[in-house]
Design a protein around this ligand. Structure first.
Ligand code: FMN
Length: 129
């Protein structure tokens, strides 16, 4: 059984704002997520973070524990945690390239205001982009 978890959090320091900080996260995540058969989509927008993660319960939960302990972000809150029939995200780690455009299409002024529904739509749009 596959699960999808979507969480939001707030960046600490330069997380998500510098190319280096993003490259560091993407490097480790690509490797780990491939190993754990997780697929994921990550979005940074003005200090706010949104990530969707899909995979087997045990693998998703193990990653969520590492994320809870990661000092590069704070205030992690789960927006959605649901069993799914099929994956919506098809790569180990996708970085959303144009969060401004996606937020505009959803009519959201700020990522931190995303409801569970809007977060799902953002992921869906990201896939279509
Ligand atoms: C915003 C954000 C997203 C992250 N996403 C992932 C992820 O999808 N997969 C992953 O393995 N680590 C991710 N990390 C890093 C983890 O928190 C943790 O540092 C890492 O998994 C530890 O890997 P290691 O045990 O191989 O050193 C993310 C970190 C941040 C700040």
């Amino acid at each position: 059984m596959l699960h999808r978890v979507i969480y939001a959090s707030e960046a600490v320091g330069s997380t998500g704002a510098s190319t280096l900080s993003i490259a560091q996260i993407l490097g480790v995540s690509g490797r780990n997520n491939r190993r754990d058969h997780l697929t994921s989509c990550l979005m940074f927008h003005r200090g706010h973070i949104l990530q969707g993660i899909e995979g087997a319960r045990v693998d998703v939960d193990r990653l969520m524990r590492r994320l809870q302990d990661d000092p590069r972000h704070t205030g992690l809150r789960i927006l959605a945690d649901t069993p799914i029939q099929a994956r919506r995200i098809d790569e180990p780690m996708i970085l959303c390239a144009d969060p401004d455009a996606l937020l505009e299409r959803v009519g959201l002024p700020c990522l931190s205001l995303a409801t569970a529904n809007e977060a799902e739509v953002l992921l869906e749009l990201r896939k279509a982009a």
